[in-house]
Design a protein around this ligand. Structure first.
Ligand code: NCD
Ligand code: ZN
Length: 352
């Protein structure tokens, strides 16, 4: 008999872009409906670089969450070459700041204020290592002469490995890992390194973006790689290995900015992420490991308790319908199309 119902600890999203203003109001409920907590990316314009900015942004997020949703935004700071180590430790010791995000300058959407020279930020990283605050890395180099499909592997060799040898106590999450190289690197390392995996990288490969016509809604950074990498990500995510957990990297952009001669990177997956993932785990005969990936491994790495509430996923005869787009004051935002029907419905679960 195939499984038709699963009850699991309420999941968390360890990498989420909620944006600001009217976009925030439009997209936040899609995450807070299904997730208990999310690590909030700080790449606003201008970025969130101080605890003072983070506390205000946190309030704007709380204001955008429907009253009947129980959701906690976990705030991060954007690392720049002028980040003050004391700001970081102050933010962390107040309980507000849960991690710091490293974007190599120019790596992705809104990363111009990112880091060019790692030596300059070393005092901040040393402080973080001392207080146990995780560093979240966008693991791609930005050198123009490095092929976009090789940028993760080159980042590991030229930035991550030297950093980890210099500061082995620093706790690091390789965000949105996309390659066999990345997966193997995490597996071979010690417990101070973990990785998030997105929903979409388990489903699409580079053919999805480029074969049979260019499909801007599947373009994100790091860009999806060839099929063998997608298969390695699926194996890692569905294995139950505690060093891999969900970070959706749901990154909404209006259609107008995606469907352009220089389209933005980012895929909006929040509305159907759990349905997509449950389908992936079902396809891999690994439904028993879904809870580890979406609800348990992340809190374990961040040293938080898992959520106390539960959700129920049940199988439906007819596919669950999700909107193709959600409307925002800035224009429509297209929802990720996994190219397969989703037969899993999510509801809160209360013990009776
Ligand atoms: C993200 C965004 O739009 O903010 N885009 C993306 O393709 N993932 C930035 C990022 O996390 O790289
Ligand atoms: Zn992201």
């Amino acid at each position: 008999m195939s499984t038709t119902e699963i009850i699991i600890t309420r999941p968390d999203d360890w990498h989420l872009h909620l944006r600001d203003g009217s976009m925030l109001k439009a997209v936040a409920p899609s995450s807070s409906a299904d997730f208990g907590r999310a690590i909030i990316m700080p790449n606003l314009v201008p970025p969130i670089t101080t605890p003072e900015q983070a506390v205000l942004y946190r309030q704007r997020i709380m204001d955008a969450i429907p009253e009947n949703h129980d959701f906690e935004p976990l705030m991060t700071l954007y690392l720049t070459e002028s980040t003050n180590p004391d700001d970081v430790s102050r933010g962390a010791s107040s309980g507000l700041i849960k991690a710091v995000k490293l974007y190599p300058a120019g790596a992705t959407t809104n990363s111009d204020s990112g880091v060019r020279n790692m030596d300059v930020v070393m005092p901040v990283l040393e402080k973080m290592a001392k207080i146990g605050l995780p560093l979240l890395v966008h693991g791609e180099v930005t050198d123009e002469d490095v092929d976009i499909f090789d940028r993760e592997a080159v980042f590991i060799d030229t930035v991550l490995e030297p950093l980890r040898s210099h500061l082995p106590e620093l706790r690091i999450v390789m965000e949105h890992v996309t390659t066999v190289t990345g997966v193997e690197y995490v597996m071979a390392s010690d417990n101070n390194l973990a990785a998030t995996i997105t929903t979409h990288h388990l489903i699409i490969n580079r053919n999805t973006i480029l074969a049979g016509g260019i499909k801007p809604h599947y373009y994100c950074l790091p860009v999806a790689k060839r099929e063998k990498h997608r298969l390695a990500l699926r194996t890692a995510a569905t294995s139950g290995n505690s060093r891999f957990f969900l970070g959706t990297d749901s990154a909404p952009h209006c259609d107008g900015t995606k469907l352009s001669t220089c389209g933005c990177a980012g895929i909006f997956t929040s509305p159907n992420t759990l349905g997509c993932l449950t389908t992936v785990f079902e396809q891999e005969n690994a439904l028993g490991n879904l809870e580890a990936f979406v609800s348990l491994n992340g809190p374990e790495f961040y040293r938080f308790p898992p959520n106390s509430s539960k959700i129920r996923l049940f199988k439906t005869k007819v596919p669950v319908l999700f909107p193709d787009k959600i409307n925002t004051q800035e224009g429509p935002v297209t929802v990720f199309d996994p190219m397969f029907p989703i037969h899993w419905q999510v509801t809160p679960h209360t013990e009776d």
